[in-house]
Design a protein around this ligand. Sequence first.
Ligand code: FAD
Length: 566
Amino acid sequence: MTQILRTPRILIVGGGPVGLAAALELARFGVASVVLERRAATSWHPKTRNLNTRTMEIARGWGHAVYQRLRGIDTPDGWKSPIRFLDTLTGTEFGQIEARGFLGPGPQVSPALPIMSSQDLVERILWDAAIATGLVELRFGHEVTAVLAGWRPEDTEASLEVRAPSGAGYTISGSALIAADGVDSLVRAQLGIALEGAQAVRHFVNCYFRADLESHLGDRRGVLLYVAGQRAAGIFQPLDARGRWLCQIPVSAEEWEAGAYSPEACVDWIRAGAGVPDLEVEVRHVGRWRMNAAIADRLVAGRVVLCGDAAHQLPPTGGLGVNTGLQGMHNVAWKLALCVRGIADWSLLHTYDEERRRPSQEIITQSLANFANVTQVAAAFYGHTPQLTTEEAIRATHRYGNHLGVELGTVYSSAAVIPDGTVPPAVDDPYADYQPSATPGCRAPHLWLGRGDGRLSTLDLFGPRFTVLTTGEDHPWDRAAARVADRYGVPVAAVTVGAPGIEDDEGVFLTQYGIKPGGAVLVRPDGHVAWRCAVAPEDADGVLDRALAQVLGRPVPGQPGPEGGD
Ligand SMILES: Cc1cc2nc3c(=O)[nH]c(=O)nc-3n(C[C@H](O)[C@H](O)[C@H](O)COP(=O)(O)OP(=O)(O)OC[C@H]3O[C@@H](n4cnc5c(N)ncnc54)[C@H](O)[C@@H]3O)c2cc1C
């Protein structure tokens, strides 16, 4: 039976963390979505563990309950550092490296705290939250079998062929399509989009199990416990410090293809790696995955966008895989929402590729380097290599888990950002170090405003709308914001820092945001600065109008030529 279903909603292929989060993000903008996922339920393999500070800032936008539930599944702090190198968990320790970045930068830099948990729990929370929006239809058990429309410039909708759980086929259409269908993305393949970079660099068996390893470890806590015994070499990862564990067993490509490691073989490996021959082990799931370091050569085709692992795949060393996926999704969701509602020109979508390709590529390259470096560290500790001293090897890993520069310091450059001739402050290591800046393109800096229990972050002021941050009592920005909101049909709110409830008692806002009294900063819905007007302008209506028009890809008033308006 072929059934034609037409909806004004956005289609999302893939109900992993990125697909579910995309649905949540779209719902913030009042845009409905249908998530098509071939699995019958959310994943129950733990897979990746870390949601970093920037991701958790994004999660604050999904509501207090979602943020708090995610915080509630965090592993206790004592288990986030160091990385230890042992022969067996209970045997000799050869060395350790700090990974304090997993604890987050602290409340002066961000209002959010990262978590170290497991993907199965995260997906379940996102699933519940998606249902709670009332705008997301979750079709689990539905496999997308073909992309019928959406990628060609002339396509006015996206359309898919789907197989329902009953086996029946149907087609479904939407205004746009998010491909969050993972590493082997069918959408990417059908659109002929190639992956650039290294694939199948290493092969792993992941075994999710329960065992009371904590009582054997005592104070020997850590975020990653490498073992290199005769009978077991790999990594143990604590999931909750209460008996849930994951181990990562490196295997050859041939072993991987052959599906090496039955649950019984995993039990043997775990006992040997722990150094506890009679350890009680309950294997919950055995999964396989290949380590890639690759990015799609296009992230946008017509009204189709690739997100998450469909767009790029990262080595796990650094814990940035799912974070990079979620942060990319956050970059494009508001653009899609404004395009399908006819507020922005579809050209805005291409700024997703322009803005996210460079940071994604940097993270891929560094994650691969982390992998090589940590291999060197392990070799140095275990005495296998004369190339590096232990100190040199440890220095080489300083970016492992310390990536605040790419997490909070990414500066976007595209038509959706209007430069003002300034550059963000220089830092020693742009990958690891972060200096707050409100230069256009930067993540608008976090500052605490208000008093006592009512304190809130500047980041909390950025809802699913454009925000004009300013100061003072007698400024023209309220009127200008209302005027452009009306003109473009998009919410624009002027927020006066210093007003009751958002006092700036420390008097840091103007300096940190780089404006004088009467100036303003236009913040995009994703919390990045679009435009800055350092001093009070003569014509606030006009300058804000031109700035917003440019960001939305609409004709800019007063500009000559076919692109100009008015
Ligand atoms: C066993 C395993 C272990 C891993 N371990 C780690 C780790 O230790 N560290 C790390 O950093 N990363 C790890 N990863 C990778 C990490 O899980 C991914 O980076 C993350 O899941 C990406 O999220 P995503 O939503 O983009 O894709 P996914 O989580 O892969 O979600 C994609 C979803 O799309 C669905 N789908 C695919 N095709 C179709 C279709 N045609 N129709 C409908 N649905 C479809 C899939 O069923 C899947 O649920 C692991 C992955 C696996 C599989």
